[in-house]
Ligand binder design. Structure first.
Ligand code: NI
Length: 183
């Protein structure tokens, strides 16, 4: 198990376009994805992109388990997605709170497409395609943004919604509370 350091906003690697994966079924790629899961799980994240642990490759993971303590959070199946492409379905957008492991302690309201299709490859290089909406679609868009060097604060429309989670949600993010939903 290797929990890696998560780079924080301002690190140049988070602001660049990540490179394509050249080869599948390599020990290197398998180890990278394993480290990404170890890191995401240790930090209780909803998703993680390879650049966040210092690897500039077009690889993201995400997944949220149902949690009775947070009934409003929709479960998202655990997914490895390489070379993701997003196709927007419909014109509807939705605005909701986001956080990011690379922007610790903060939250902001971010507009996202409500319904998308994503295409890409799985860990073995097999094509993968899925239509998703709502929170699931939000998580995918947040992670794919990471591969293009975009962090969610760049997408906030009203900067007055951008703030420290303990100030925004004191009842959820007290000293003992465990933050969830950071990507
Ligand atoms: Ni993030």
């Amino acid at each position: 198990m290797a929990v890696r350091e998560v780079l924080r906003m301002g690190h140049p690697l988070l602001h660049q376009v990540a490179q394509p994966v050249e080869q599948f079924n390599t020990l290197e790629l398998d180890m990278l994805i394993k480290d990404m899961f170890d890191t995401m799980d240790a930090m209780k994240g909803a998703g993680l992109a390879a650049p966040q642990i210092g690897v500039s490759l077009r690889v993201v993971i995400f997944g949220v388990e149902a949690n009775p303590r947070y009934p409003d959070v929709e479960p998202v199946p655990t997914t490895v997605l390489i070379h993701p492409q997003i196709t927007v379905l419909g014109e509807e957008t939705q605005e909701d709170w986001e956080g990011c492991l690379s922007v610790p302690g903060l939250r902001g309201m971010v507009p996202r497409w409500n319904r998308i299709r994503y295409d890409g490859a799985d860990i073995k290089g097999k094509p993968l395609e899925c239509e998703v909406s709502g929170f699931h679609a939000r998580v995918v868009q947040h992670e794919v943004d990471h591969l293009d060097g975009i962090l969610y604060p760049e997408r906030i429309r009203d900067m007055r919604t951008f703030g420290f989670e303990r100030e925004l949600f004191p009842e959820v993010f007290g000293d003992a509370a465990v933050p969830i939903g950071d990507d």
